[in-house]
Design a protein around this ligand. Structure first.
Ligand SMILES: Cc1ncc(COP(=O)(O)O)c(C=O)c1O
Length: 367
């Protein structure tokens, strides 16, 4: 008998197969500049035919990563991008119809996976002033909640949690036996981490990625950190040889190049300072405490600016509707200064007075 899972049939996914190479990509929180070419060349020079012909060996890299995190390999599971780890945590630690609590807006895959597996995703919305009231999170942590998802910092809101807030949430989770997943995809752009809770306690996972500051989104590599029994469950769900040999080589070289990591952070900080200064000088309201992304309230129409940025300036950014009291916003990834300069020039030009806009947009703006 033919069968298709109704949950999958009903699932709405967007497959981004666009040709994006020729654009300045400031829409997916990648590092637009990437790693230095000399670094790439030096890693590639060490790749042998066997690296390609044989299944990747993960033990060595797992040990390097464990040393980097000051733990041992029983606490980590390598995944093909942290999105894969998130999926397995949801699959293993919640049941059909099970209650998952998460803040919104945030990374959309939490809701997609919940729907895919028939889980009940309960949303905790941000306040109008774009802050997160942790009492609202705690209120939703009911006895039947199986998983709480937090992001440190959150994409796209850029907010973070203090130690006190986190420990308060954690004590409720302990009392009610709720597993916690903290997504730290944007670690390094914001250095404070809750990793020690995942490595020292139980029923708390941290997911991290090499796609953001480490600039390896094209290689696909992330990891889940947690207590050994929990990590084993995640490992059981992985497809065989789920990570690739190139990703492991690049990631190892990065972890062993603290100077390179420092340089990436410094380049990002310089770009961020430049962008914020330019936005302030040009009278823009913006929001984004932590992370390599920022909300900008445009002076004219957000969606029109996104469209024109793409068409005329070959820059990809996103628009977000109803961002609390800011209303419709642009969401822009932060990269090195040269890219922020290119973006700012385009923004100032495209977000100018309505009278300069093409007739179609003048009409839309008036509506
Ligand atoms: C908050 C968050 N978590 C996880 C991911 C997934 O990252 P990856 O699968 O590349 O590791 C992203 C990607 O944008 C993200 O924004």
């Amino acid at each position: 008998m033919y069968y298709v899972d109704k949950k999958i049939e009903d699932l709405h996914r967007i497959f981004d197969q666009n040709e994006r190479k020729d654009y300045l990509r400031l829409d997916l929180n990648e590092n637009p500049g990437g790693l230095p070419q000399e670094f790439i060349n030096s890693v590639l020079a060490g790749i042998t035919p066997q690296d390609l012909s044989q299944y990747p060996e993960t033990l060595h890299f797992s040990e390097v990563l464990a040393r980097y995190l000051d733990t041992d390999i029983s606490h980590i599971c390598l995944v093909n991008g942290s999105a894969e780890g998130i999926r397995y945590i949801i699959q293993a630690f919640t049941s059909e119809g099970g209650r998952i609590v998460g803040v919104v807006p945030s990374y959309f895959m939490f809701q997609i996976y919940s729907q895919m597996y028939g889980r009940n995703f309960v949303k905790v919305p941000y306040e109008e002033d774009l802050s997160m009231n942790i009492e609202k999170i705690i209120e939703e942590m009911t006895d039947d909640t199986q998983l709480l998802i937090l992001l440190n910092p959150n994409n796209p809101m850029g907010n973070v949690y203090s130690d006190n807030e986190f420990e308060k949430i954690l004590s409720v989770a302990r009392q009610k036996q709720i597993t916690i997943l903290v997504d730290e995809a944007y670690h390094y752009f914001y250095p404070k981490t809750f990793m020690k809770y995942a490595l020292e306690g139980d029923h708390i996972f941290i997911t991290r990625t090499f796609s953001k500051l480490f600039s390896l989104a094209g290689c696909r590599l992330g990891y889940v950190a947690g207590w050994p029994e929990g990590v084993k469950m995640v490992q059981k769900l992985c497809t065989p040889h789920n990570t690739n040999a190139f990703a492991l080589r690049f990631a190892e070289a990065l972890l062993e190049s603290p100077d390179m990591i420092e340089k990436l952070i410094a380049g990002f900080k310089e770009g961020r300072a430049f962008l914020i200064d330019e936005l302030d000088k040009n009278g823009y309201i913006h929001k984004g405490e932590a992370g390599n992304f920022i909300f900008i309230k445009p002076k004219t129409d957000a969606q029109r600016i996104v469209d024109q940025m793409k068409r005329e300036k070959r820059i990809l950014i996103k628009s977000y509707p109803n961002v609390g009291e800011l209303g419709d916003c642009l969401r822009v990834s932060i990269g090195e200064k040269q890219y922020m300069n290119q973006f700012m020039k385009a923004l100032i030009e495209l977000d100018a007075s309505k009278t300069l806009l093409p007739r179609y947009y003048q009409m839309r703006c008036r509506d």
